[in-house]
Design a protein around this ligand. Structure first.
Ligand SMILES: *[C@@H]1O[C@H](CO)[C@@H](O)[C@H](O)[C@H]1NC(C)=O
Ligand SMILES: *[C@@H]1O[C@H](CO)[C@@H](O)[C@H](O)[C@H]1NC(C)=O
Length: 304
């Protein structure tokens, strides 16, 4: 009898121990998972934006877009549409009524397309890339291995005057790309970009009721690459406590770190241009290519 009781306690005790061990193990692994999704990690996710669902892409855009999926089978892919980007912003930025107001009232497609790239990467992170781009090298190879751990934001150069005369259509000595961007969620530089863009749009939205259509200059200066470049340099200067200017991102011959922001040489994102020291298509540095298919259309519709 006494032995039976001992045996029962033994079995019960062992079972309890096993349950406790399993519980601790689950807790420990969920802890490390939470750490992975915050801070330093750039998620394997690709974002694109088009007004209609994927069937609405023409043959050419479909081919380009498919290259991102085909070359990056380990990445999740999402095409945001006009409607789903509105849903996205309302859900993800529920706590930020100013951002929702600006997004809802900014009915101009180009301004919205600019906004959504900053908002998706700030909230979820990953790679955003315009619909008229294709992938030349798998995203997993974009960041040099020795810099992968420390990189929180990856940027390319679109235009570099290289100390020469500045082209009037760019109007600043060096311009960063925002047709393709890669970031971890919550990056402070993107936060600064969003703050600046939303602040400017909010003022305009409140005065004009809604921001519908604008000229090229307004787009460049409000949400586009010129605003983006200024805001990034401003934010980097604040964070690094030294002035980071257009000259610092000029003439880059290799990927260069500014804090945790990695800036790539011109040909990484902007090969095949007849300016900026850009190399012809198919060079070793090329990671993706931009075909400027959207640009002709929006430039024409936003002529001043
Ligand atoms: C935006 O404002 C214009 C007039 O400035 C008006 O015609 C248009 O209906 C408004 N659009 C929206 C979506 O409120
Ligand atoms: C970039 O290089 C060119 C020579 O190739 C030089 O003239 C120019 O001053 C350099 N620009 C900067 C910002 O260092």
């Amino acid at each position: 009898m006494g032995n039976m009781i001992h045996l029962r306690f033994f079995v019960f005790g062992t079972a309890l121990l096993i349950v406790l061990c399993l519980l601790l193990k689950t807790l420990a692994s969920s802890g490390s998972q939470a750490q992975r999704t915050s801070a330093a990690h750039i998620p394997r996710k690709i974002w694109q934006k088009w007004e209609t669902p994927v069937q609405g892409l023409g043959e050419e855009l479909m081919r380009l877009s498919k290259s991102w999926i085909d070359m990056n089978p380990d990445h999740r892919y999402e095409l945001l549409t006009g409607d789903s980007s509105l849903t996205y912003v309302r859900e993800r930025y529920e706590q930020y009524p100013d951002i929702i107001e600006v997004f809802e009232q900014t009915t101009d497609g180009i301004l919205r397309a600019d906004l959504i790239r900053y908002l998706t990467l700030l909230s979820d992170g990953g790679v955003y890339t315009d619909i008229d781009t294709d992938c030349s090298r798998p995203i997993g190879e974009w960041i040099p291995k020795d810099l992968a751990e420390q990189t929180g934001l990856l940027l390319g150069i679109e235009y570099d005057s290289q100390g020469g005369e500045i082209r009037k259509d760019f109007n600043i000595p060096t311009q960063l790309c925002q047709w393709t961007l890669m970031a971890r969620p919550g990056h402070p530089v993107l936060q600064h970009v969003v703050d600046r863009v939303v602040e400017k749009l909010l003022a305009d939205v409140r005065v004009k009721d809604n921001v519908t259509s604008h000229d090229l200059l307004y787009v460049l200066e409000t949400t586009g690459p010129r605003m983006f470049t200024r805001a990034v340099l401003e934010s980097l200067s604040l964070q690094l406590h030294r002035r980071i200017s257009y000259e610092d991102v000029s003439n880059l011959t290799e990927p260069t770190m500014f804090g945790d922001v990695l800036v790539l040489p011109i040909s990484s994102f902007a090969s095949g241009q007849d300016h900026s020291g850009s190399k012809p298509w198919g060079n070793d540095e090329q990671l993706m290519s931009h075909h400027f298919l959207g640009f002709q259309g929006w430039k024409a519709s936003h002529a001043s």
